[in-house]
Write a protein that binds this ligand. Structure first.
Ligand SMILES: *Cc1c(COP(=O)(O)O)cnc(C)c1O
Length: 393
């Protein structure tokens, strides 16, 4: 079967939302994936921040295999032990929280929004950030602070959008109708823009003073992506609710939101539910991920690899020019280019065997697996350097 045939078959039966995709990927192992023709790629995107432990991590594969032979699904009419174990682990890591399990980032955001409305009964207003991304269903899409995603889907009207890191702008729009503020500690889809410490601290204070619910969307920046389990640990600011998904179960679809005990208790019996949420299989996969992520020294090692990548990119930026800024934390990085050649850089990288993606014309995003070795990091940086040189020609 050729790539052209696959494209033709796809066009015939799959809705055209993703356009024509660039590769047919058939196999993955660790930091690498292979396409239909057997060409190997270093994966600096990890799905989209999903395969944080690399492809087919042996511990995750083993956990899924084992659990699949025992119990794949039970409804939430009944308890299942992997769900309880996972909730205990996450609750402890968050610091005495209550968990709700769902199946995607969007659902986690939707759930958090509903929870905020329950906590602040009678209030329905929300504040989110311009350039943010929170998902694609009606509520989550309304939270998303980018007109290009919302356009044509006239939705809820109780959201105010303010610039990230502009605390005065938040203060200006928060009133007695405001239930919650939602923010990504590092904007992902918007181009890797970190919130400042002052901003998140200021939001915490504002939330404490006004009673609005502070929600951090860590769907992309959470679960070790920034080399701390939760991104908010970098800031020393704890939200009332945190949303997780993407890397939560090592590639298995899963989402969750965790709230402080008192606030989480507001989502009372019957207020929310999910058929597939917290299935034994997903929870087993997630428990295996947490075993790896929380192992002594694992995230610190990943952080050193992240620093190495930043210093390499800084180095060739100095040598050849063309790089305006490197943003992000840990292994969530955005490289802003001086010229609008980000798409070209991404294509040049792909042709040389490195997967990353362009956000807009100026920013290249890197979300490499946390298991990346220094050698593989260097290999990726070498490819980026030569791709950048070519793109700047
Ligand atoms: C990807 C993403 C979402 C949406 O997650 P899905 O699993 O695609 O529904 C929400 N918020 C953030 C910050 C994301 O990066």
């Amino acid at each position: 079967m050729s790539c052209d045939e696959i494209v033709k078959r796809d066009q015939h039966v799959v809705m055209p939302t993703y356009g024509q995709r660039q590769l047919v990927l058939v196999r993955g192992e660790g930091v690498r994936v292979w396409d239909l023709d057997g060409k190997c790629y270093l994966d600096f995107l990890s799905g989209l921040g999903v395969n944080s432990l690399g492809h087919c991590h042996p511990k995750v594969v083993e956990a899924i295999r084992k659990q699949a032979g025992i119990l794949i699904h039970v409804s939430n009419l009944y308890y299942n032990t992997p769900q309880i174990e996972l909730a205990e682990r996450l609750s402890l890591l968050f610091g005495d929280g209550l968990c709700f399990f769902c199946n995607s980032g969007t659902e986690a955001v939707e759930g958090a929004i509903k929870l905020a409305m329950k906590i602040r009964e009678g209030r329905s207003g929300f504040v989110s950030m311009l350039n943010s991304f929170h998902g694609r269903t009606a509520g989550a899409l309304t939270a998303t602070g980018q007109e290009k995603y919302r356009q044509g889907f006239g939705l809820l009207s109780n959201f105010s959008y303010v610039p990230l890191n502009d605390l005065d702008a938040v203060r200006d729009v928060v009133n007695d109708q405001t239930a919650g503020v939602i923010v990504e500690p590092i904007q992902g889809e918007g181009g890797v823009y970190p919130a400042t410490q002052d901003f998140l601290r200021g939001l915490r204070t504002l939330a404490d003073q006004t009673g609005v619910v502070l929600i951090f969307d860590e769907v992309q920046c959470g679960m070790g992506r920034t080399c701390k389990l939760f991104c908010f640990e970098h800031y020393g600011v704890k939200p009332d609710v945190v949303c997780l998904a993407k890397a939560l179960a090592g590639g298995f679809p899963m989402g969750a939101f965790i709230a402080t005990r008192d606030k989480g208790a507001c989502l009372t019996r019957g207020a929310h539910a999910s058929t597939f949420g917290g299935t034994p299989l997903a929870c087993a996969a997630s428990l295996a991920c947490l075993d790896v992520l929380c192992a002594e020294g694992f995230l610190d090692r990943a952080a050193r690899v992240g620093e190495r990548i930043v210093s390499r990119i800084t180095g060739f930026g100095k040598a050849h020019g063309g790089i305006r800024e490197i943003r992000g934390k840990g292994l969530m990085l955005g490289v802003e280019l001086e010229k609008p050649v980000a798409q070209k850089v991404a294509i040049e990288c792909r042709e040389r065997g490195l997967l990353l993606n362009a956000i807009g014309d100026h920013t290249v995003r890197l979300l490499p697996p946390l298991v990346l070795s220094e050698e593989a990091a260097d290999e990726g940086c070498d490819i980026m350097e030569s791709a950048l040189l070519d793109a700047l020609q």
